[in-house]
Design a protein around this ligand. Structure first.
Ligand code: XMP
Length: 517
């Protein structure tokens, strides 16, 4: 590694990767390591900065994570955050006690602005607190540099030894000057240069992948989504033809999407690309099924059956790769790096899957496992993956299967694909694409009477859905201007065969969900 390194030592906090991401945003390469990492190993990595994360424990609990005092003698600047702050105090002979008044949420802190940690920060500012214990006696050589109404030591420093600790969480956006505090630690205390960029991530990841994979094979399940596409791009750059990507096209993707994925990956990247076209097989399995959950289950089960069958054929020992990103690991309960729960979990989303027992690999590779979605997109752009894939809106695993109510047939898929393509095209032309989180057409399987020329029609109703949301837990329907809606309606009824009526879904979530099924 030619660049300076910051190590985030994970004590079990929920924001450990967020800290790492904030440090990378400052242009300093950062990795999260377990607090159990031997001191010798840390020394070998020769980091320019070390950050201790928060954690749910109390330092006095026997089972709580502790660290050897030796780490403070390495001469490397350390910043302790929340539990990490208490670890600094406890390990260096200070005292930690339960709070009389615990602090949770936004809290005003008063800081000493002559401390390098608080350079260019107002004396009074808002930070995010979340603690039941506090530092009640400072370790030798430390001074208080921040206080709140209820916390006499919200921040402390040992300037000479470059040891800092804050009781609050600078990494979360609720801390007004949090990012500046981390910047100050990196640049004012640790003298970091801040010259790391995403290209360096690509270079070092490609190098590490080459070393790990050697001359073995790798198989990756490509879904056409952002994460697996970017993982495929990185692996292809690392090992070229040793990589086989398996792309299962169940025929429930958007119009021409399967062809686009195939064309992109075979044209841009060196790899073996295996596409399994199985629309007929899926429609056969879905025959007569109208219940949404049963549909979802059938699609999921069939998908993984086809997928693993193909992997069985293609895999030749070697590694299994997947596009897991950091938030997926959190969702599957593996966000904590502290040495617990190291078995491989297959990315599941809403579909629970397990690797069949008869398939064995030398290991699992997750090249994006530490990145957040927007970082993955940056890597994707750098790798030259087309915008349509890198900025693809979320698309559910069961695909159009959950956007066609009732039984799924070839005819209905075709109608919906055409309608969805027209809708998306019109949104793009009207310049609204960037404002909407997700937008798509739905086929409610309702027929209504209409009139075309002099003829009576009795044909499909298309519903259009467009939402804005930050987290998908709640969503608002998008206020698409009436004239755009008018054009969409016009085009759908004129251009898409078997569509004679259009409705716009104006339901927020809750009470509705984003998808109709
Ligand atoms: P809902 O409909 O639950 O959707 O409000 C929230 C987000 O999740 C997506 N979604 C799915 N994604 N498999 C997936 O991979 C699914 O079964 C599934 N159902 C919903 C949906 O598109 C939206 O982005």
């Amino acid at each position: 590694m030619d660049h300076q390194l910051c190590i985030v030592l994970d004590f079990g906090g929920q924001y450990n990767q967020l800290i790492a991401r904030r440090v990378r945003e400052c242009g300093v390469y950062c990795e999260v390591k377990s607090y159990l990492t031997p001191i010798e190993e840390i020394k070998k990595m020769s980091p320019s900065a070390i950050i201790f994360t928060g954690g749910p424990n109390s330092v006095y609990d026997e089972s709580s994570p502790h660290i050897s005092e030796e780490i403070f003698r390495l001469g490397i600047p350390i910043l302790g955050i929340c539990y990490g702050c208490q670890v600094v105090a406890y390990t260096l002979g200070g005292e930690v006690s339960p709070c009389n008044n615990s602090e949770f949420g936004k809290t005003e802190v008063t800081v000493k602005t002559d401390s390098p940690l608080f350079k260019d920060i107002p004396e009074k500012n808002i930070v995010w607190m979340s603690h039941n214990d506090y530092v009640s006696r400072l370790p030798h050589g430390f001074n208080v540099i921040g206080t709140t109404k209820d916390c006499p030591c919200a921040a402390m420093e040992n300037k000479e030894k470059k040891l800092y600790a804050v009781q609050f969480h600078p990494e979360v956006t609720h801390s007004e000057y949090g990012k500046q505090i981390l910047r100050n630690f990196l640049f004012e205390v640790c003298d970091c240069k801040g010259d790391w960029v995403m290209d360096d991530f690509i270079e070092s990841t490609v190098k590490a992948l080459r070393e790990k994979i050697g001359d073995k094979k790798v198989v990756l399940g490509l879904s056409g989504g952002v994460d697996s596409s970017v993982a495929a791009g990185l692996l292809s750059r690392a090992v070229g033809k040793q990589l086989t990507c398996v792309f299962v096209d169940q025929g429930l993707m958007r119009k021409d999407e399967g062809d686009f994925v195939e064309e992109t990956f075979t044209r841009l990247f060196d790899m073996n690309f295996v596409r399994v076209n199985c629309q007929d097989q899926f429609i056969e399995k879905l025959k007569g099924i109208t219940d949404p959950e049963e549909k979802r289950k059938t699609i999921g089960t069939e998908f993984y059956k086809v997928f693993w069958d193909k992997i069985r054929e293609e895999a030749d020992g070697g590694f299994f790769a997947q596009g897991t990103i950091y938030p997926d690991r959190i969702e599957s309960g593996k966000g904590n790096e502290s040495g617990k729960g190291s078995t491989a979990t297959i990315k599941t989303h809403h579909n629970m899957v397990k690797m069949p027992e008869d398939i064995t690999f030398d290991g699992i590779i997750e090249p994006l496992g530490d990145l957040f979605k927007d970082e993955v997109r940056k890597v994707g752009e750098k790798l030259g993956i087309p915008r349509e894939l890198v900025w693809r809106q979320p698309f559910p695993g069961p695909g159009l299967g959950v956007r066609i109510m009732g039984e799924i047939t070839h005819e209905k898929i075709k109608v919906l694909q055409e309608a969805d393509a027209v809708f998306r095209d019109e949104i793009k032309k009207s310049g609204l694409e960037g404002e909407l989180t997700q937008f798509f057409a739905v086929l409610p399987d309702v027929r209504t009477v209409g009139v075309m020329g002099d003829h009576r029609t009795y044909d499909h109703l298309i519903a259009i859905r467009a939402v804005t949301t930050d987290d998908f837990m709640t969503a608002d329907w998008a206020r698409i201007p009436f004239d755009v809606l008018a054009r969409i309606s016009n085009r759908l009824t004129n251009e898409v065969e078997h569509v004679n009526r259009v409705v716009y879904d104006i339901t927020s979530k809750p009470p509705g969900t984003v998808e109709w099924e």
